[in-house]
Design a protein around this ligand. Structure first.
Ligand code: WTA
Length: 654
């Protein structure tokens, strides 16, 4: 290992033992390099196709890609039926662990197949056909995964809405996708308390009034709390799905048939419905899961701690692990429920071998202290992963030491909702890993760090000043998004206009190269914040704040935060008649407003009531300067401001 000046290794090569058994070898890079499309054609053979494809990639209508042209495939068949047919029906697909201790269920692949078929039959009876949309607003219960797979089986697009989102956020997503059916639960457990979820669905649908596209609401009983009920529209899962037939013949869909929509924050207030399709997405989900996590389906117990409401849950709880036929843990609750031992107990109980989580949680564990981990036997762990935001080297080392006994590889995986699957990551058993760097693009993927004009940056030095640039993807990849639902123009503008002359995808992240040519992703450079790995746009929060009657204007920035990566800081100007209101009360009201409009996760850490906002002569708010204020830095260049003295007033408000 190469040591840094502080005496800790700056790079971690794979151990000979791990390398000897790893799925990946260095030859994978060479193979992809030699013929990229042939490489992807081979990866697509990981799946079972009803009709083989005739062309790997059609990029003639860029940036609208077609992968595995002519191929036909059923995603649910690939994730469930084929494992049963191969004789693995008795293998546990999901060790489900409910939030209340002792509330657990094991579901084998054979049982999962029956459940998915039942749900597919019920959805068909409700009149859904291929191309229709279904909104899924559920906590982490097995039925959520069954619902997603049942949609996939029918070629119906699911739009999973994180159950932590508000009724108003749900309403906007149901409306945009024109979802005919909403699948939900009566309520969800949150830190030991049962809270309603179905009531939020009703509120969302009511909000749509006459224009509501929703014909049915299918409700899983989870907490047994009382729910509002609309006869004819609302149906219980246990009275419909549970009684449906377990026979269902899957139909194969075109490789480019849309598989799902997933809404994510953009730089405007309106969330974007990212479209993913069938063959390419599943190929890359399966391929990355196999190599990046070194999956051995016969012996591994995989645990991805994400929620199905985010893309990580889609690709590394549902489609990656299930297409590979692995056994995994799905946990319903929060890490501190009933206490901070919970994750360690779950790892011990199921003998988890591969654990994939977010840096924000690792930093929370660091705060709780390593003694907690040392009370448990974590020796089953053999690989650790990280996703969602840049991981600071200190957290990376702590993770490897405390979770991994200083022995396991750590894979820092960079990707996005839009990329569908992992793009940049070390390959365990092959790559040296540097704490804090996602290292290099996976075999078959091409990424570059470039300057404003698209010139590739030089290889940087490890320490000291180095050039930073834009992270771009210069070649199409199978799991790439195929567009934004209902808005092809926004798709082109958002992702393909920055380097239009080159035909590159711009991810929105800044990055630099390290001394060995590895990539260091530095985080978003647009107006998207990353709070505990959750993407939230400044515009969305601003629009929720100005929705309050007292607020005239609002500006929101993401400021560095030790725990959550970034924290939301808001600056608001009040309307004249509100200037008299008790400021503390108003700040509380505003935080509640954001929570109601978006989600509790979007609540600002700080709200400052200010007399003025810093603006350029063209009226644009200078967020960079607000970020300086929020982070307590010396102000950057203020020369373009109309009135530089506004900062004295803003500072005084802090
Ligand atoms: C950030 C999550 C650094 C990045 C899968 C990206 C990361 C955004 C990493 C996508 C990483 C994700 N290192 N930054 N390993 N992984 N990001 O769409 O800013 O929720 O653009 O997808 O998270 O967030 P999203």
């Amino acid at each position: 290992m190469t040591e840094t000046h502080t005496g800790v290794p700056s790079s971690y090569p794979p151990s000979p033992e791990f390398a000897a058994q790893s799925n990946a070898t260095a030859a994978l890079y060479d193979e992809a390099e030699a013929d990229r499309l042939a490489f992807w054609a081979k990866q697509a053979q990981r799946l079972s196709w009803a009709t083989p494809f005739t062309e790997v990639l059609d990029w003639s209508e860029a940036p609208f890609a077609k992968w595995f042209v002519g191929g036909k495939i059923n995603v649910a068949y690939n994730c469930v039926d084929r494992h049963v047919e191969a004789g693995n029906g008795d293998r546990v697909a999901i060790h489900w662990e409910g939030e209340p201790v002792g509330d657990a269920r094991d579901i084998t692949y054979a049982e999962l197949k029956d459940e998915v078929c039942r749900a597919a039959n019920t959805l068909t009876e409700l009149g859904l056909t291929a191309g229709d949309r279904v909104a899924i607003y559920m906590p982490m219960v097995p039925e959520a995964i069954v619902a997603m797979l049942a949609c996939a089986r029918l070629g119906v697009l699911h739009s999973v809405v994180f159950a932590g989102f508000s009724a108003s956020a749900l309403r906007a997503r149901i409306d945009d996708a024109k979802a005919k059916v909403v699948i939900t639960t009566d309520g969800q457990f949150r830190r030991g308390k049962a809270v309603s979820l179905k009531a939020g669905v009703d509120e969302a649908i009511e909000g749509l009034g006459e224009d509501s596209p929703v014909e049915h609401v299918l409700v899983v009983r989870r907490t047994e709390i009382d729910v509002p009920w609309t006869e004819g529209r609302d149906l219980w899962w246990h009275e419909t799905v549970a009684k449906a037939d377990t026979e269902h013949t899957p139909k194969a869909f075109d490789s480019e048939h849309p598989l799902f929509l997933l809404y994510t924050s953009g730089t405007t207030g309106k969330p974007k419905g990212i479209i993913h399709t069938t063959g390419g997405y599943l190929t890359q989900a399966s391929y990355t899961h196999h190599y990046v996590f070194d999956i051995k389906p016969e012996s591994d117990v995989f645990w991805c701690t994400a929620d199905i409401g985010w893309v990580t849950g889609h690709t590394y709880i549902v489609y990656g692990p299930l297409s590979n036929g692995v056994t995994q843990v799905v946990y319903e609750g929060t890490p501190a429920s009933p206490d901070e031992h919970r994750h360690f107990q779950v790892i011990e109980k199921y003998g988890v071998t591969i654990y994939y989580t977010a840096p924000t949680l690792i930093r929370t564990f660091m705060k709780w202290g390593r003694e907690l981990a040392f009370e448990h036997d974590l020796s089953s762990l053999r690989l650790l992963g990280s996703v969602g935001e840049p991981i600071n080297p200190e957290a990376w080392r702590w993770y490897r030491l405390v979770f991994g006994g200083d022995r396991t590889p750590v894979v820092d995986t960079w990707w996005q909702t839009e990329t569908g699957a992992i793009m940049i990551s070390p390959l365990p058993g092959v790559s040296d890993a540097k704490p804090g760097s996602a290292m290099r693009a996976l075999p078959g993927i091409s990424a570059k760090v470039v300057d404003d004009d698209g010139n590739e940056l030089g290889i940087g030095a490890e320490h000291g000043e180095q050039a930073t640039g834009y992270l771009v993807l210069d070649k199409p990849w199978p799991a790439m998004l195929r567009g934004i639902w209902g808005d092809p123009e926004r798709y082109q503008d958002t992702y393909w206009s920055r380097f239009a002359d080159k035909g590159w995808y711009f991810a929105g992240d800044g990055a630099r190269y390290g001394s060995d040519g590895e990539t260091w992703v530095l985080g978003r450079i647009d107006d998207v914040m990353n709070i505990s790995g959750h993407r939230i746009s400044t515009a969305e929060v601003e629009s929720a704040l100005v929705g309050h009657t007292g607020v005239a204007e609002a500006a929101v920035v993401g400021a560095t935060d030790d725990q959550t990566g970034q924290a939301i800081c808001a600056f608001v100007i009040l309307k004249a008649h509100h200037a008299e209101t008790e400021p503390d009360k108003l700040v509380d009201d505003l935080r509640a407003e954001v929570s109601k409009e978006i989600s509790p996760i979007a609540k600002p850490r700080e709200i400052h009531i200010v007399p003025e906002l810093p603006k350029t002569r063209s009226g644009k708010i200078m967020r960079r300067l607000l970020r300086d204020v929020a982070e307590g830095r010396e102000l950057g260049d203020t020369s373009t401001l109309v009135d530089p003295s506004v900062f004295e007033a803003i500072r005084a408000s802090k």
